[in-house]
Design a protein around this ligand. Structure first.
Ligand code: BGC
Length: 406
């Protein structure tokens, strides 16, 4: 097998690094809604997260790994349930904990990309109506405000990760046995965030309010949110459904980014739509460990789709990766995805960086089986081991950059 060609040089200042999220790597996130879900006997959950990769304590190892590989950036999230485990009671110790991670990035020369909400919320917030409660935004702002001092050095902040997926997840997590989670929208196939549904509206309001607060407190910070791309295509006869599908699952969220400093684009696979919804009946289709089609070209489409909606707003690829046991496939996938990204950039699309999902194998929302990591870890000692793909992407990050245009 021949090694994939090294990508052409990226522009100077283009970030290359990796992403994680608190609940998926930290472990023992006991005050969060997901911890309750995992331990409630829900059919959605194959196994609980428990210790995860113990990044709560092992974060210096994670940052050392990022630096040692040659990455210049690291995306991670702050866990609201740790900062405010009880309504209105801020844990100063946990604020300082995340402050040390941000400072740990700085001393290692790593640009932190900080997510404030990545799928999980405090249990009390969920119980009080979550994002559909009247004062959801006010509660979110209280948490964001509590981070003011530690966010000072942060230049890239994500308010909310994938509101378009989180709005779908909320349909599931609040569903009772026998509920039709597909109800409330007029498109066939998988559940979608309802157009102007209450959760979606809650996210939109919270995003804009948090963006305003962050801009006021940190004038140099770039603030945006991230949107999951489905790289939607169609077969003949499916064009109209595909267009409506795109608008509902991506367009309505991307439109909210048009006044932002950047939009985070996250891409893994594609979805092909026919007149009756998603078409997924090819037994020969090459699937990854999540069951998604192996389709590295999705990233190129994702940034082109985003550009169509957000115009000149800069794009940051905040997630892209593959769940596989075969690390050579991860290199092949990433290499092809980067080549597509470079084609889009050569056409003038303003992309500011690429953050691979994920730095570590982690808790994939119900199971540890789909391994997305550039590094694995020992379940007993938690020692991290970089996979060849990590070294490969590190070499891409360290390779010479194009000079800035005059
Ligand atoms: C999420 C991650 C998740 C990844 C792979 C994204 O939807 O932001 O938390 O692990 O995709 O499924």
């Amino acid at each position: 097998m021949t090694a994939p060609a090294a990508p052409a040089p990226f522009p100077s200042g283009f970030l290359i690094g990796a992403s994680t999220a608190a609940h998926q790597i930290e472990g023992n996130n006991t005050a969060s809604d997901w911890w309750s879900l995992e331990n409630s006997g829900s059919a959605l959950v194959k196994e609980p997260s428990l210790d995860a990769a113990d990044s709560l304590h092992r974060w210096p190892d994670d940052l050392d790994l990022v630096a040692e590989l040659g990455f210049d950036s690291y995306r991670f999230s702050i866990e609201w349930a740790r900062i405010e485990p009880v309504p209105g009671r801020i844990s100063a110790a946990m604020v300082q904990h995340y402050g040390r991670i941000i400072e740990g990035c700085r001393v290692r020369g790593i640009e932190p990309v900080v997510t404030l909400h990545h799928f999980t919320v405090p249990r009390w917030f969920q119980a009080a109506g979550s994002w559909t409660a009247d004062d959801a935004t006010e509660r979110f702002l209280r948490y964001v405000d509590a981070l003011r001092a530690i966010l000072e050095p942060v230049r890239w902040a994500v308010t909310i990760n994938e509101p378009n997926i989180a709005a779908v997840m909320s349909r599931f997590s609040t569903a009772r046995k026998g509920d039709d989670v597909d109800a409330g929208h007029d498109l066939p196939g998988v559940p979608l965030p309802a157009p102007h549904g209450a959760t979606t509206a809650g996210f939109i309001e919270a995003h804009h309010a948090a963006t305003d607060l962050l801009h006021e407190q940190h004038p140099e910070m770039k603030v945006g949110w991230t949107v999951a791309s489905q790289a939607i295509g169609s077969i003949p006869g499916g064009e109209d459904v595909a267009a409506r599908w795109f608008d509902q699952v991506e367009g309505q969220f991307l439109r909210e980014s048009t006044g932002d400093d950047f939009v985070g684009v996250q891409s893994y696979t594609r979805n092909v739509i026919g007149p009756d919804g998603a078409v997924r009946d090819d037994p020969e289709e090459d699937r990854t460990l999540t069951g998604w089609e192996y389709w590295p070209a999705a990233l190129e489409q994702a940034v082109r789709d985003a550009r169509r909606v957000v115009g000149d707003v800069p794009i940051l690829v905040t997630e892209n990766g593959i769940a596989t046991d075969d690390d050579e496939r991860r290199i092949d996938y990433t290499s092809a995805a980067l080549a597509g990204l470079q084609r889009a950039m050569a056409d003038g699309i303003d992309v500011r960086g690429y953050l691979h999902w994920s730095l570590l194998d982690n808790y994939e929302w119900g199971s540890y089986r789909p391994t997305f990591g550039l590094a694995s870890w020992d379940p007993a000692t938690f020692d991290r081991t970089a996979k060849p793909s990590a070294r490969w992407l590190g070499a891409v990050a360290r390779s010479p950059r194009l000079d800035p245009s005059p």
